[in-house]
Design a protein around this ligand. Structure first.
Ligand code: SF4
Ligand code: SF4
Ligand code: FES
Length: 320
């Protein structure tokens, strides 16, 4: 080592200016949808393309912030050369595909899905499904009147063939935050995905049983407070039918005071920690009645924790 104090020499300055990484090249392919030939990125799904063309393809089990599971089959379209209809929500496009989104076969398939669901599931708090029933002129009643029961475990009852079999089961009210009414469940799996790897990674719920007996359940069907549930409410946030519902909404509906026409929605940032999740406060009669989160905000893509979802009571602890 030198003793002159200048033994260290800085490396020469590079003359090469660093460049940003190249944009990935996404191949465009030609496909024909309803007689229109269009170009779209090869990574797109059929649903991506139909939406970009303004074609309103119905979906029930698909949500932008969840992995497609292809269980409801309401989004099916006709693909020339394919033996079966294909689910638009998950099928990736390929060059030369010829697709029909509103053929008689597609309409019949969607109508049958809706008739099966409408005959067996209580869709009274599922406006999206109801609008599809109207659009496809589905007639759930053709399987006979819904079998009325005192919400016993109807799944297990024998059916005499004169009435439509339903999924009626007693409402589960076992905690102060949310209610589970699986008579309204269409088994779309969204709650299971949100509780699992798509958001919460808690795995408190899964599908149990087989065939018509299939249902969403906690481990060993224990009450929610005894399960692994951490009450993030992300399952409520994705449920398309109201089967999972804030207790506040459930109580107001039971009392006849729930009125969405009187509600406002205001976006704000959660004040509990530094993550900065966007909260949408649903307010009726100057009180917060439930909290959701927009899917298109990058911070959490619509998912929250227990504090953001349910910790709003302090806002309305006002001195009278
Ligand atoms: S509240 Fe959260 S942890 Fe509990 S079941 Fe729903 S998604 Fe899972
Ligand atoms: S409870 Fe809701 S989100 Fe879960 S499977 Fe049923 S309908 Fe889908
Ligand atoms: S929305 Fe595509 S299968 Fe359910």
């Amino acid at each position: 080592m030198s003793n002159d104090g200048y033994w260290f020499q800085a490396p020469p300055v590079s003359t090469r200016i660093p460049l940003p990484p190249a944009e990935p090249v996404v191949e465009l392919v030609d496909i024909t949808i309803d007689g229109r030939t269009v170009q779209a990125p090869k990574t797109s799904t059929i649903l991506d393309v139909t939406r970009s063309l303004g074609i309103d393809t119905p979906t029930l089990c698909f949500l932008e912030n969840l992995t497609p599971v292809n269980v409801c089959r309401i989004c099916v379209v006709e693909l020339t050369g394919a033996r079966t209809l294909v689910p638009a929500c998950s099928r990736k496009i390929e060059a030369g595909m010829v697709i029909q989104t509103d053929s008689p076969r597609v309409r019949l398939a969607r109508k049958m899905v809706l008739e099966f669901l409408g005959s067996s599931v209580d869709l009274s708090t599922a406006p999206q499904a109801q609008s599809y029933i109207e659009r496809y002129d589905a007639k759930p009643d053709r399987y006979g009147p819904r079998k009325e029961s005192a919400r016993t475990h109807d799944h297990a009852e024998a059916v005499d063939g004169t009435k439509a079999r339903t999924t009626q089961v007693p409402v589960k009210i076992d905690n102060d935050l949310y209610v589970r009414d699986y008579s309204k469940c269409i088994l779309c799996y969204k709650c299971v995905e949100a509780c699992g790897t798509d958001a919460q990674n808690t795995f408190a719920i899964a599908v149990a049983g087989r065939g018509f007996q299939s249902h969403i359940s906690t481990e060993a069907d224990v009450p929610l407070p005894d399960s692994a549930c951490v009450y993030c409410g992300n399952c409520i946030g994705v449920c398309p039918t109201g089967a999972l519902m804030f207790k506040s909404e459930f109580d107001m509906r039971a009392a006849g005071t729930w009125d969405e026409s009187k509600q406002t929605q205001t976006d704000t940032i959660c004040s509990f920690c530094g993550v900065g999740c966007t909260l949408t406060l649903h307010v009726q009669d100057n009180s917060i009645v439930k909290v959701t989160s927009p899917l298109d905000v990058e911070v959490t893509h619509g998912h929250l924790c227990i504090k953001g979802r349910f910790g709003y009571q302090y806002v309305q602890n006002r001195d009278e």
